[in-house]
Structure formats: structure tokens, C-alpha cells
Design a protein around this ligand. Structure first.
Ligand SMILES: Nc1nc2c(c(=O)[nH]1)N[C@H]1C(S)=C(S)[C@@H](COP(=O)(O)OP(=O)(O)OC[C@H]3O[C@@H](n4cnc5c(N)ncnc54)[C@H](O)[C@@H]3O)O[C@H]1N2
Ligand code: MOO
Length: 906
């Protein structure tokens, strides 16, 4: 796919008797040379190129040739661009100097420059510029004026990288090119006329807009699990790729370029959902027929399910559907869905080498790609994986009114919140554009809005359907647990004697206070800087602002024509001459100005040429006149009055320089990572994840609870390892293991099980000041750190119930707290049918949690799936409960298992 390209070294040689690089003298300042440097170094007009040599010489053959020879024979430059000395005056000798040197002529380059220049001015015929190859350097003469040299450079810029690699005989790159050529010649595929002849492209989409319900039903019909190997289920392999000529991954990009966010985001969404098959990111594929055929073929040879993003709407380079249909004879089950965003979503199946392949073609707009991954791809993969949960949907009360519904059913990024026992949903922002990844940040669900042709409204407090796109757990952060009455003692160590003494116990009722006391002076948050792409699940240490604008240039929202919209629309002609093409990847600064009565054919995401002030979608146009061979449209008619600035995304409208992207302590998921990548933020500072070592203190029961604790940590995404030797049984072996983990500054050591005296532990961990001891009612716990600031916890219990409670009420909250998580504990209000046989225990009891009729319910004293801990207050007396026997009692519950699963249904 994308080979890493070496930098192209460029030399700029100004040839003039009068010009100098000195800015002080405006009259003689070499503005043309300096402008070329800017175009290459700052505007990246030539992909992967940098100006490494610059010089000014007079119009003298010897001087010119001396400089050219120095730069070329010493291989200082790959491309030498001369500016000036190409005209008819007696001193103009640049072409003669060049011709005297080059070993091969490159007339195509000179001709291309001449052709394009003549379109701008007949005076171009007075240029005698030439070009050719000397040693391994390409020399191109450009005219002397700033404007003309820029225009000429733009004509040839896109061909330069390939020309250079051919001249340098770069094996890999040329091999790739020739492979492509072979493919083209061997390829017998029938390319449809709408692709080969631009004047014949479809003005309207060929695919009916089907409803979301029908689309899901079609997917359901195709969700057959048929992959088995040796009687074992083998989950299908998924390959993902992004398409687009404007996409890139590297930092030094050319302008007109957008960073690929989608392939990574889609992969991470699948991984986060624990899809059991293999998922590969295949990178970026360019928008051309042969590349698409070739890479699809490779994907079909290796994968069962292929997911693409981009190239599915109405542009001339939107080839995916055509390639699948014409080249691979695929069956397009749907090619458009009546929804916002994500309308062009496409689902195709085909038979390749006797095997059925399933292709999900998602739109290129990053929000559309993310939303459609959740609404189509995940449900599909879940159903072929035999999961019960297909779509996470639930009901919530709208916190505000919604004005002016769209004609398409809409899925808005929104925030679901749990407050006072009820679920509330609010749309975070009005900026819901499908290019704007920021709309995912701080949202955790999609609010489903019905369509309306009359721009109807929805009243506040209406109960709405929402679909979860992030864990709901973050919606009910409630760190306060009442009436817990936990005792904390602080243990001080006397530095000189080594004795320990206890301080007066403190009584705390709020878990957050306890955590603060547990960590104060003990724990210093540790952070590290890691690559953004591997930051999934980490917590951001400090907030991040953007250093770039997105889009970086004015971009089109639709495939259509960029026109200059005049004031008196109907008095003017609706016929426009197509004078320019702006497809994805077009370099903005190379575009010509659009004049009255002119237009540029433009694709979604491509830069708006100067002069144009609105884009008319292709559906609202027709071809008026064609070229004689019928291939090219010469003029088009605009059928509907446009609006000023319609279908234009202005610079920085999605993200502007300096804008806050993410707040500190944000948990980084697929959307957050995509957002950071979209503005080139390649590294992030995050809280360190500790390595947790569990030490069984004494006998077998300590081993059993150590394993139990390890499992509980893992369910919550913390990794634990267990010492193979217990503290009590084999002190020597234990010490060896201990020394190993001791060197790791990120260690947390958890001692499990009773030891009569805490000092057995203490003697091994060089306890420092301020160790804390907490009495929990169901065991005791110590928190402290040693001189090397290894944090240790000692849970003084061997009782299985106690370790469960202790893990959920202290250890996990503690670990979340020190790794920067905002969510410390998931506490919700539940309703419970308590029977009169119930006896108050003043304890946390395990219970089953379920979500029914918009209520969270718990069933206590059940052996069914225990998924929460309910806090049964001691003040409830038996008579009271008997009285309430038929009424539901309200109880606080700590969610102990991934609670998203309680809301799921298809
Ligand atoms: N004339 C019409 N134009 C458009 C229509 C339409 O019905 N008629 N539909 C619009 C809708 S709705 C959507 S959604 C987009 C979908 O376009 P494509 O799927 O063809 O995607 P592209 O044109 O390739 O890209 C759209 C946009 O997204 C950016 N992009 C693409 N891939 C990526 C990526 N991997 N990472 C980041 N950004 C990406 C691209 O630069 C464009 O800006 O079409 C509308 N047009
Ligand atoms: O359907 Mo598109 O996804 O609105 O931008």
C-alpha cells in the first residue's frame, strides 16, 4: 500500500541580472524564487518535496551551467527548477544553458506547461522554456515572474514525484508502478461509461433510499454463521480500508490532504466490542479503478468481510459501488439508507473463488463512518458471533425541545445521563455535521429522531429511543455512598526507632473522602507519553487543544459544481462553462479563479476554487454541451436556484486552531483517538496503568481469593499477576519474586489473606510514613507505599464474600482513582421487591440487576446472575419492611458487572 517515500530534494535557481535574495531592496527582491520556496516547503505543492538549495546567478551561460553542474553532479538535488531567462530578450539564455547540459529531453513536461499557460494568456507563446534530465536530476525551466512561475509549477507538480522515482530508478516504487501498469493491461474488466466518460455520469443515484428497518432486516438475512474449522467456530476475518486520493497518514503531507481517521476508528470500535475474529487495517487505497480492483481482490483472498469508507456518493471518483458491481459481479443489497448521517451506506455480497464475501461500504465523512459502524457493522458482527446483544437501545427523557426535524430520520450524538433514578438524554450541540468528529466527544449515545417533511418539533420531556455508543457506566458516576461509617487510622512510622504508632481513627462516610485519605501523601499520579494510536482505554492527563484547522481549506460538502453565485440569479443565464476540476487531493493553491459564467466540477471534500461561493449538487444539474467525442462536459445547466455559501465547509469550521478538543481525564476511545489523529496529534500524555502483583499471604484459601481478585481486576481492564509463592510458606522464594517486581516503578502490590500481624508484611516492604488502615466491617485494609514508592495494599481477609465487596468498594475504585478515571464507582438507584422473610444484615448484599419498563430493578437473595451490590441500610427494621412488603423499596446499588448488558434488545 503506502510505501514510505523518500524526500524529494529541490533546488531553486533564479536566473536574472538584477534579482537578489535581499528583502531590503524591494525593486530587486527575488520574489519569484522565494515564492517557489514557499509553495514547496509550506504549501507542499510537490508531494514529499523540500527545497534544499537556493541560488541567484546572472544571465550568463557559464554561471548558469556551473551552478547546475554543481547541484546535479554532486547529487545535491533531484529536481532543479530555474526561474527567469526564458524569454526573447538578448540576455535570456536559460534554455541554451539547459540544453547544453541535459542528456535527455523531457518535451512532455515543457509541452504541458505551454498548453496550460496558453489557456491563461496568449503571451505564453513567448516563453522558450525547456526541460530535461542531467545525471539523475530533472531540470525544468520556469518563467521569471512570480505569477507565471507558480502557474507553471502547479501544472507539473503532481507528475514530479513519479518522474523523480523513475529517474532515480527507485526499485520498489517503480516496481509498484509497473505492477499497476501490468494490471491495467491484463485487466479485462468492463469499466462502465459513467466512469470512463465524465459527461455520462449519473445525475441521480441509481439506488433507492431504503428504510433503516429494511436495511437491518437485509443484514439479518445475511447474518449466517457458517465458518467452522475442525468443529470449532472460526469467526470471519475482517479487512478494513479507507479510500481517497486526499488521504494520507504521515506528518509531512501536501496541502489538499486530509488525515485518514476512519480505518483506525472502525478497527478500534470492533476491538472495543471484543469481536472474536481477526480484524486488519489495510490502510488507504487510491480512488482509481485498477487500484480498487487489485486491492479488493487481495482483500477477498484473505478476508470474509470487507469494510470500506469513502467513495460511495455521487462524485466522479466514487467508484466502489461500480467496481463491486461491474468487476466483481457483486449484488448490491442496498446502496442508500434513509438516514442522517450515513445515507450512502452500501451492503454488497458476492462470490469470490466459491466463497461468499460480505462488503460493508460506509461513507467517508468520519461521523457517518463511526455512526454506521455502530448501526450496521457491529450489529451484524454481534449476530454472526452468536451474541444476544445486537443493538444497545433504551429509553430516556429528553431534557430540551428539538426544533425543525430533518426530512431524513436522524441519529444525533447525545449525552445520556442518569439522575435521581431516571435516564435523561440531551443533544450536546447543534454542530452535528457529519464531518465533525468533535460531536462524538462528550456524547455516549445516538438519539433517534423521526423524520418530518414539515420541520416538526419535539417537546422537552418526551420519552425517546437512544442507542448506546459508549459504555453507559460513565453516565452514573456517584462517588458518595451514605451511611458507610468507615474507620480510617493513620499509621505513622518513627524514623529513628522504626516503630509504628497509630493515630486516632477518623470516621468517614463518603467513599471519595476515603480515597483521598488513602492516597494523600502516598500516591503521586504517574504519567507517560504514548503514541495516540495505541492510547485506547487510557485516561488523558491534561486537556488538548488543536494546533490546526479542520478543514484546512474551504471544502465542498457535496459532489457537484462550484460556481460564482451572482445577485440576480434569474436574470442571468443558468448555463455554466466547466473550466476546472477539483477532485479530492487537488492542491488548493494551484487552482484558478472561477469567473462569471464559469464553474468547477467538484467532489465531496475537495477544495473550493477561488472566486466560487457555492456548490450545486450534481443532482440539480444537467449536461448542456459535450465535447465532440461525447466524453467531456463543456457546459452544464443549473436547474435549481442555489444559495450563497451552500454546501461549503469553511476553513476551521469543524475544528479551529486553539479549540479545546478533549478535557483532562477523558477516557480515550475510538472517537477521541480519531479526533486527535485528524489534527495530527500523534502523541498523548496519559495516566500510567500500574502493573499489579497479587501476593497470597498464607495458605490455600489465600490463593483462592488471590485468583478471585485477579479475575475481578481483569473484568475491569486492570491486569494482575499472582506470586507463585506465598508470603508465609516460603520466605526466600517470595523475596526473590518480590525483588523482581520491586524494580518496576509502576508496581502495586496487593497482599491477600490474613496474617496475624501486619508487621510480617511490613518487614518486607520498608514501610514509610503515613500508611493508612481502614476498617471495612467486612475485613481490614492497609494502603501505603515504601521508600521506592511502590504502592501496596493489604486486604486482611480470606473470606470470599469479603474480597468481592472489598474489590468493588475499595480496590477497583482505588485503581480507577489513581489512573485518573472520573468514574470511581457506578452507583444507581434501584427498586426492589423485598419479601417479609428478609432480615436486615447491615451489609452489602449481592443481587441481580435488570432493566424493565424504564426502571432499574434488583432481586436480592438470588442465586441467579449476581451483578450488583446493594447497600441495605441497617436502619430498615423488620416491621417496616413487612409493611412495605408489597411496595417496592428503593435501594442504592453498586454495579459490579458491565451494566450495558441490562438494556439490550434487538
Ligand atoms: N451530490 C451529492 N453529493 C453528496 C451526497 C449526495 O447525495 N449527492 N451525499 C453526501 C453524503 S450524505 C455523504 S455522507 C458523503 C459521502 O461521501 P463518500 O462516501 O463518497 O466519501 P468521500 O467523498 O470519499 O468523502 C467524504 C468526506 O469525508 C472525508 N473522508 C473520506 N475518507 C476519510 C477518512 N478515511 N478519514 C478522514 N476523512 C475522510 C473526505 O475528505 C470528504 O471530506 O457524500 C456527500 N456528497
Ligand atoms: O449521510 Mo451524510 O452521512 O449526512 O453526511
Amino acid at each position: 500500500m503506502d510505501l514510505k517515500k523518500p524526500t524529494i530534494k529541490v533546488g531553486i535557481l533564479t536566473i536574472s541580472d538584477t534579482r537578489t535574495p535581499l528583502k531590503s531592496n524591494i525593486d530587486s527582491f527575488d520574489s519569484s524564487g522565494q515564492n517557489l520556496i514557499k509553495l514547496i516547503n509550506d504549501s507542499n505543492v510537490i508531494e514529499s518535496a523540500k527545497v534544499v538549495q537556493y541560488g541567484c546567478v546572472t544571465d550568463d551561460i557559464d554561471q548558469i551551467q556551473a551552478k547546475m553542474t554543481e547541484w546535479c553532479s554532486e547529487r545535491k538535488v533531484d529536481v532543479l527548477l530555474s526561474t527567469g531567462g526564458t524569454g526573447f530578450s538578448p540576455r535570456d539564455v536559460t534554455p541554451e544553458a539547459t540544453l547544453g547540459l541535459v542528456q535527455k529531453l523531457t518535451p512532455g513536461i515543457s509541452q504541458a506547461i505551454m498548453n496550460e499557460s496558453l489557456k491563461l494568456t496568449p503571451m505564453a507563446m513567448l516563453s522558450r522554456a525547456v526541460s530535461g534530465i542531467y545525471e539523475k536530476t530533472l531540470i525544468i525551466n520556469l518563467p521569471g515572474s512570480s505569477k507565471a512561475s507558480k502557474e507553471c509549477l502547479c501544472v507539473v507538480a503532481s507528475a514530479i514525484p513519479h518522474a523523480v522515482s523513475l529517474i532515480k530508478d527507485e526499485k520498489e516504487i517503480s516496481k509498484q508502478f509497473h505492477k499497476q501498469l501490468d494490471f491495467t493491461t491484463n485487466n479485462k474488466s468492463r469499466i462502465p461509461e459513467c466512469v470512463t466518460k465524465i459527461a455520462c455520469r449519473h445525475r441521480e443515484s441509481q439506488f433507492p433510499k431504503i428504510s433503516m428497518k429494511s436495511a437491518l432486516n437485509i443484514l439479518k438475512e445475511h447474518a449466517v454463521l457458517q465458518y467452522t474449522e475442525n468443529n470449532k467456530i472460526k469467526y470471519p476475518t475482517v479487512w478494513i480500508f479507507s479510500t481517497g486520493d486526499e488521504l494520507g497518514i504521515s506528518k509531512d503531507a501536501h496541502s489538499g490532504y486530509i488525515r485518514d481517521t476512519n480505518s483506525v476508528m472502525i478497527k478500534q470500535i470492533l476491538e472495543q466490542d471484543n469481536y472474536k475474529g481477526h480484524v486488519f487495517n489495510y490502510g488507504i487505497i487510491r480512488d482509481n479503478w485498477n487500484d480498487l480492483c487489485k486491492y479488493f481482490e487481495e482483500a477477498f483472498n484473505n478476508a470474509d468481510i470487507i469494510v470500506t469508507s469513502g467513495s460511495v456518493s455521487m462524485g466522479e471518483k466514487d467508484l466502489i459501488k461500480h467496481v463491486l458491481k461491474e468487476h466483481f459481479e457483486g449484488q448490491i443489497h442496498f446502496g442508500r439508507v434513509n438516514m442522517k448521517p450515513g445515507m450512502p451506506t452500501t451492503f454488497v455480497t458476492l462470490i469470490f473463488k466459491d466463497k461468499k464475501k460480505y462488503i460493508f461500504c460506509l461513507p467517508g465523512n468520519p461521523v457517518s463512518a463511526g455512526v454506521c459502524t455502530h448501526l450496521f457493522l457491529l450489529p451484524y458482527l454481534r449476530s454472526i458471533s452468536g451474541k444476544k446483544i445486537i443493538i444497545h437501545s433504551l429509553k430516556a427523557k429528553l431534557t430540551h425541545s428539538i426544533k425543525g426535524l430533518d426530512i431524513r430520520p436522524e441519529y444525533r450524538r447525545s449525552l445520556l445521563k442518569y439522575e435521581n433514578g431516571e435516564l435523561y438524554v440531551s443533544c450536546l450541540t447543534n454542530y452535528q455535521q457529519s464531518s465533525r468528529l468533535l460531536s462524538f466527544v462528550n456524547s455516549n449515545c445516538l438519539l433517534q429522531l423521526p423524520s418530518s417533511s414539515k420541520k416538526a418539533n419535539i417537546e422537552s420531556s418526551t420519552i425517546m429511543d437512544v442507542i448506546l455508543i459508549k459504555s453507559i457506566e460513565n453516565t452514573y458516576i456517584a462517588p458518595i455512598l451514605k451511611e458507610m461509617n468507615l474507620r480510617i487510622e493513620i499509621i505513622k512510622k518513627e524514623a529513628i526507632t522504626g516503630n509504628t504508632k497509630n493515630e486516632q481513627p477518623l470516621l468517614c462516610s463518603c467513599i471519595e473522602d476515603v480515597l483521598h485519605l488513602m492516597t494523600e501523601n502516598i500516591f503521586v499520579a504517574k504519567t507517560e507519553i504514548i503514541p495516540t494510536s495505541s492510547a485506547m482505554g487510557y485516561v488523558l492527563y491534561s486537556s488538548i487543544n488543536s494546533s490546526e484547522n479542520l478543514p484546512p481549506f474551504q471544502a465542498s460538502i457535496k459532489d457537484g459544481y462550484a460556481i460564482k453565485y451572482g445577485n440576480y440569479w434569474f436574470q442571468k443565464s443558468n448555463i455554466f462553462k466547466v473550466v476546472q476540476v477539483s477532485v479530492a487531493g487537488t492542491v488548493p493553491c494551484c487552482q484558478k479563479e472561477i469567473g462569471d459564467g464559469e464553474c468547477a466540477r467538484i467532489s465531496t471534500g475537495a477544495p473550493i476554487p477561488p472566486g466560487a461561493n457555492c456548490v450545486v449538487q450534481v443532482e440539480d444539474t444537467s449536461v448542456e454541451t459535450k465535447s465532440s467525442d461525447g466524453k467531456v462536459e463543456i457546459t452544464i445547466a443549473i436547474l435549481k436556484e442555489p444559495k450563497l455559501f451552500e454546501n461549503i465547509r469553511s476553513i476551521g469550521s469543524d475544528i479551529s486552531v486553539g479549540q479545546r478538543l478533549l478535557d483532562q481525564k477523558t477516557i480515550l476511545g475510538p472517537f477521541e483517538i480519531a479526533l486527535l489523529r485528524s489534527v495530527g496529534c500523534e502523541d498523548v500524555e496519559v495516566y500510567v496503568c500500574p502493573s499489579i502483583h497479587i501476593v497470597p499471604c498464607n495458605d490455600n484459601s489465600a490463593y483462592a481469593i488471590s485468583h478471585k481478585l485477579k479475575n475481578m481486576l481483569e473484568v475491569s481492564d486492570f491486569k494482575g499477576s499472582i506470586f507463585s509463592h506465598s508470603l508465609r510458606k516460603n520466605l526466600t522464594k517470595f523475596t526473590e519474586q518480590f525483588d523482581c517486581v520491586y524494580d518496576d516503578v509502576n508496581s502495586i502490590i496487593i497482599f491477600c489473606g490474613n496474617v496475624n500481624e501486619f508487621c510480617t508484611v511490613e518487614s518486607h516492604i520498608h514501610i514509610s510514613n503515613n500508611t493508612r488502615k481502614i476498617s471495612l466491617g467486612f475485613g481490614r485494609m492497609f494502603v501505603g507505599c515504601d521508600e521506592k514508592s511502590v504502592v501496596f495494599l493489604h486486604i486482611n481477609t480470606c473470606d470470599s464474600e469479603s474480597i468481592y465487596n472489598c474489590a468493588h468498594i475499595f480496590i477497583l475504585p482505588f485503581l480507577r482513582f489513581i489512573t485518573g478515571k472520573k468514574k470511581i464507582i457506578s452507583l444507581i438507584k434501584t427498586k426492589c421487591n423485598l419479601t417479609s422473610d428478609y432480615l436486615p444484615t447491615d451489609k452489602f448484599e449481592k443481587a441481580e440487576l435488570h432493566y424493565e419498563n424504564s426502571d432499574f430493578n434488583v432481586t436480592c437473595f438470588t442465586m441467579n446472575h449476581q451483578s450488583c451490590l446493594v447497600n441495605i441500610p441497617s436502619s430498615l427494621d423488620q416491621t417496616n419492611i413487612k409493611l412495605k412488603a408489597r411496595k417496592k423499596t428503593e435501594l442504592d446499588a453498586i454495579v459490579t458487572e458491565n451494566s450495558d448488558y441490562y438494556f439490550l434488545h434487538y
